[in-house]
Design a binder for this molecule. Structure first.
Ligand code: HEC
Ligand SMILES: [Cu+2]
Length: 313
């Protein structure tokens, strides 16, 4: 993208929708501007000092109907714009089922990405054209923001929490990735490249990456190493919930709330176990805040998510 490009590349479905919204708003506000400025000029000329134009009261029906008419018209126009923008935004926050999931960890000053098969990259993201990709993002230090102008997507990335974002790329090519939240000295250099490839090329590329053990596998090892299994194993003498199938299920909490065990819940359960205590259990689980870093947390959560299948049996 040269510095003089007025319109950045349009490389995702969301980008096309945002552009349409942007163009729509521009055309509508342009039309209103012309109408108002035009009327202003016409009326200035018509009612200039000394002109013979009639200056008496307007007939009642004009006063009433015009008032009702323009009030209703602008109300409906505003509601329509609200719906249009809202629907566009909602679509961006609702990933389709089966989207390819990539983990993103931000830190001062780089982006680390990790694919389901364990392949990792730094300051780079590869994505297949036409397939939905979902980014589960978190930060190791301060707030960053994942920004890909060609996708018209920007999402803050927070420490201690997952935020997510999804896209479906439409055009193969290389696009810039920025950090859009000032995050320290080298903020301006915190960026990278998003490479959109044809699905076959992408499959070949992922397979060719050096692979480590997969996330859930590493999580399983940590689950034992950190002593989680001492309490949570089915055969344990400690009264603790069995975690097979925990991901996605509705959990009743001791304070009467019912929450869905999503990623954020699993993560909170590990860092702040006292916050969401499962009904029927003592709050004896120790906090692992400070004992596990972001990467370990992701492994543990990935392991807990992978236990989903076993419960279904
Ligand atoms: C000292 C025993 C003990 C240890 C060690 C322990 N837990 Fe727990 N855990 C519990 C108990 C008891 C509960 C239920 C009460 C609560 O929610 O705090 C629980 C709750 C949970 C929940 C929520 C379960 C649900 O059904 O909603 C998760 C997830 C969890 N633990 C994960 C872990 C992980 C991961 C580790 C290791 C990093 C770990 N636990 C270590 C005792 C333990
Ligand atoms: Cu940053």
């Amino acid at each position: 993208m040269s510095p003089l490009t007025l319109w950045p590349a349009t490389a995702s479905e969301q980008a096309a929708r945002i552009d349409m919204l942007f163009t729509g708003l521009l055309v509508i506000s342009g039309a209103i501007l012309l109408l108002v400025a035009g009327l202003l000029l016409v009326l200035c000329a018509r009612y200039r000092r000394g002109s013979a134009a009639p200056r008496g009261d307007l007939p009642d029906f004009i006063r009433r109907d015009v008032e009702i008419g323009w009030t209703a018209a602008t109300l409906f126009l505003a509601l329509f714009l609200f719906w249009w923008a809202g629907a566009t935004q909602l679509r961006a926050s609702d990933p389709p089922a089966g989207a390819l999931e990539v983990h993103v960890v931000a830190k001062q000053w780089m982006w680390k990405t990790r694919y389901p098969n364990g392949a990792r990259e730094i300051n780079a993201l590869h994505a297949p054209r036409g397939e939905a990709m979902r980014l589960m993002m978190t930060s190791q230090d301060v707030i960053h923001s994942f920004f890909v102008p060609a996708f018209r997507l920007k999402q803050d990335v927070l420490p201690g929490r997952f935020t997510e974002m999804w896209f479906r790329a439409t055009k193969p090519g290389e696009y810039r990735l920025f950090c859009a939240e000032f995050c320290g000295t080298d903020h301006a250099r915190m960026g990278g490249t998003v490479t959109v490839m044809e699905p076959e090329d992408f499959a070949r590329w992922v397979a060719a990456q050096p692979q480590e053990e997969d996330l859930p596998g590493e999580g399983a090892a940590l689950f034992t190493a950190l002593g989680c299994s001492g309490c949570h194993a089915a055969a344990s003498a400690v009264h603790a919930p069995v975690l097979a199938g925990v991901y996605g299920r509705m959990v009743h909490l001791a304070d009467g709330r019912t929450v869905r065990a999503d990623e954020a819940y699993l993560r909170d359960s590990i860092l702040q176990p006292k916050r969401d205590v499962v009904v029927g259990y003592e709050p004896i689980m120790p906090s692992f805040d400070g004992l596990v870093d972001e990467a370990d947390l992701q492994r543990l959560v990935a392991y807990l998510q992978s236990l989903r299948g076993e419960a279904a049996r």
